[in-house]
Ligand binder design. Sequence first.
Ligand code: CA
Ligand code: CA
Ligand code: CA
Ligand code: CA
Length: 356
Amino acid sequence: MVCVLRLIQSSFFLIFASLLLAGCGGAPGTVGSDDLVAKISFVSATPDYLTLAGQGGVEQSVVSFKVTDQYGAALGGVGVTFELSDDVGGARLSTTRASTGFDGEVNTVVSSGTAPVALYVTATIDGTHIQSFSDEISISTSGFSASSFSLSVIISDEVTGSSEPYDYYGNPYNPVTNGSLRIESAGELGGIEAELQMIVTDQFGHKVRDGAKVTIVSPMAGLVRPSACIVADGICQATWTSTSGSGYGIGDHVILLAYASGAESFDDVNGNNIYDEGEQFVDFHEAFADENFNGMYDLGEFFVDANSNGVFDAVGNGVWDGPCLTDSCAGQDSTIIWNTLVLELGSCPEDGCSAN
Ligand SMILES: [Ca+2]
Ligand SMILES: [Ca+2]
Ligand SMILES: [Ca+2]
Ligand SMILES: [Ca+2]
């Protein structure tokens, strides 16, 4: 009788201890067994952007996952195997297997290689098919490319006064062919706003790092806020606001100029994503706003004096400028790349002006 009682007491203690450990979130479980259903979730990849190895920049990202039970409680001591989606260019993981801590979290580190690529990490709970995937981690150069450095207006009825926007010449607006857009009432009223958008990539067509800066100026008239447009997820936005009530000069238009330090565009004949000697490229001269539309710089027009010599330089340096990814490069790591956008300042509609 005593033995039976002790057996019952012992069994009760084991069950109680198991429940207690599970409740604390630290009990190693037999994952995949009938009594424990585990889940693994992606937590973070910090940062989610890496520069190419050897290019100077952040080359490692800590990728974290978390294992929980069916009630959401953390599970410690669970083995997890990691796999990288691609090892092109030597991209690699610091470890391919680890165990969760008491908080249920487990980490590995992605190191960039020498090839531009977007990667993700797969984490699988050992002995199961239970897995999770990280968000995308981009590996690329950190700079802008002139091949994708686009300034545009976010078109809305409020901006154009119509669901069918028109350009400078009164033709239906075509952002591809002419790049000008009529902003209704802005030639007569101050305070009329147009939302600007920069869409940018690096030379591989990947998003540049968050926090990269594009400067946007409106030298003829109007206000740009912020003038330092900070890129997030490949895009940055700013607002142009009219500042006068009577138009701004020739044709009642303004020219917006966006510029940043970046790589010149090139014709990648052999498709290796890298500038090779002999490939055609666009040799950027200094940036300017062609305020009178004559296709050339005239004294008094705004320009960016990239080489600080006090005058506008109308020709490039004759060599491709951008991140050197071959054994030797004749150009600089970057130059000033730029783009312009023309806004036509429209008059008020027949039923009168009204500010936004
Ligand atoms: Ca090439
Ligand atoms: Ca050049
Ligand atoms: Ca000019
Ligand atoms: Ca100059």
